[in-house]
Design a protein around this ligand. Structure first.
Ligand SMILES: Nc1ncnc2c1ncn2[C@@H]1O[C@H](COP(=O)(O)OP(=O)(O)OP(=O)(O)O)[C@@H](O)[C@H]1O
Ligand SMILES: [Mg+2]
Length: 390
């Protein structure tokens, strides 16, 4: 399609000769006007009066009724990327130059013009505009790609962080399982406490019996702890049998066990019904997850506060939610939870609860999501995939 050139000059001699020359010398579609108001109507008026959209507008400076700058300013507003040119007599040159920058005029051409020079200026203006348009398109495309790239980068960063976390867990796991193994061996040696206790009981030696029983109890406790640590450090993916479960029954069983827990008894435990969703899993492991989460919630809560455990079934699976209104976590704590041995509870915590919970949930093909705000409380959601996708 040919570029459209508008020509406006109150001198009929100028419009006639220039439009004839342009039609002969260029491929452009030329529209010539002697009246600036008529030109303005064609360029910016309502749909009925309007001519084709201009690519180039060349206007005389001094015209009766409206000067060329006023006309071009109006054209600029309606057609932001049209190429605008001003024709000036020698006497108007200075005034025209100062006005040019305000309107964004491409060139001014002095009368009398040199046709070759004028054609060249118009063509250069059109070329420049084409380039600017291409540049704008390229720029949009570039920004889009850039946004895509930064999204991928973020994704990559998250994947890497997960990888680092997994690696770190695995490294800690190897050290810990070595230690636990060694400790377990040494501890079994303390098994002689049991026969000592038996003998002391037979002989009625109360003092020895008392010491031996302390030893036996301590050994059992330490053995149980070693078992837990081994369990934690066990290689990822180690098999345990999973089967379709009534999640509500698992929840009820875990909550029943928790009613005897000293910390949990301090709070009001509320269970919100959520039907009987089925998930594939290991009942013992899942109840371990829930026990860890509810104990954390209770430990974070003041006496008598409410801890809510709810079950929700959706198209994307089953959500198990533990919500408390306790101390919450600062962003620093939130960033570190699940890290082995990270605890803010000093002697009262081992800092393994959430790490174990997260791993069990992972092994079930689910996600564990923690939202928390210091001073407000914490919501932990365990999402289990629907049957058939676990
Ligand atoms: N519901 C919660 N509210 C506030 N802080 C929490 C909550 N759950 C976990 N935390 C924070 O995360 C830390 C790690 O929790 P995690 O359960 O892994 O270990 P722990 O509770 O300290 O020890 P344990 O191994 O006995 O569970 C806690 O020490 C605590 O700071
Ligand atoms: Mg805990």
């Amino acid at each position: 399609m040919a570029d459209v050139v508008y020509l406006v000059d109150d001198d009929p001699l100028v419009t006639r000769s220039l439009s004839t020359a342009l039609r002969l010398e260029s491929p452009w579609e030329v529209h010539a006007y002697e009246s600036p108001t008529e030109a303005l109507a064609a360029l910016t008026g309502d749909a009925a009066a309007r001519g084709p959209a201009p690519d180039v507008v060349i206007s005389d400076f001094k015209m009766p009724g409206m000067d060329g700058l006023t006309l071009l300013r109006a054209v600029r507003a309606a057609h932001p990327d049209a190429v605008l040119m001003l024709l000036t007599g020698f006497a108007d040159k200075d005034a025209a130059i100062t006005a040019i920058n305000q309107v964004g005029i491409w060139q001014f051409v002095e009368k009398p013009w040199d046709l070759g020079d004028l054609l060249h200026k118009i063509q250069t203006g059109l070329d420049k505009r084409r380039l600017a348009r291409e540049l704008a398109t390229a720029h949009t495309e570039l920004s889009r790609r850039n946004a895509e790239l930064s999204r991928s980068l973020e994704e990559l960063g998250r994947a890497q962080a997960r990888l680092v976390e997994t690696e770190r867990l695995a490294a800690v796991g190897r050290v810990v399982s070595g230690l636990a193994h060694e400790l377990g061996n040494q501890l079994s040696l303390v098994g002689y406490a049991e026969p000592i206790a038996r003998r002391a009981r037979e002989r009625g030696d109360a003092e020895t019996l008392e010491y031996a029983e302390i030893l036996v109890a301590t050994q059992r406790r330490l053995m149980a702890m070693v078992g837990e640590i081994k369990d934690f450090a066990r290689e990822r993916g180690a098999a345990y049998v999973r089967e379709p479960l009534d999640v509500a029954a698992v929840v009820d069983e875990a909550l029943a066990m928790l009613r005897y827990d000293g910390e949990v008894r301090r709070v009001r435990l509320r269970r919100v019904e959520g039907g009987h969703p089925i998930a594939v899993g290991h009942a013992g492991k899942l109840s371990q997850v829930l026990i860890n989460l509810v104990r954390n919630a209770a430990q974070a809560s003041p006496d008598g506060a409410e801890v809510v455990v709810s079950l929700r079934e959706s198209a994307t699976g089953t959500d198990l939610v533990v919500e408390d209104h306790g101390v919450g976590m600062t962003p620093e704590v939130l960033a570190r939870i699940g890290e082995p041995f990270f605890t803010t509870k000093g002697e009262r915590g081992t800092g393994l609860g959430l790490g174990i919970a997260r791993r069990i949930v992972d092994e079930h093909g689910g996600q564990l999501e923690v939202r928390s705000q210091a001073g407000q409380g914490t919501t932990v959601t365990v999402h289990l995939p629907p049957l058939g996708r676990a």
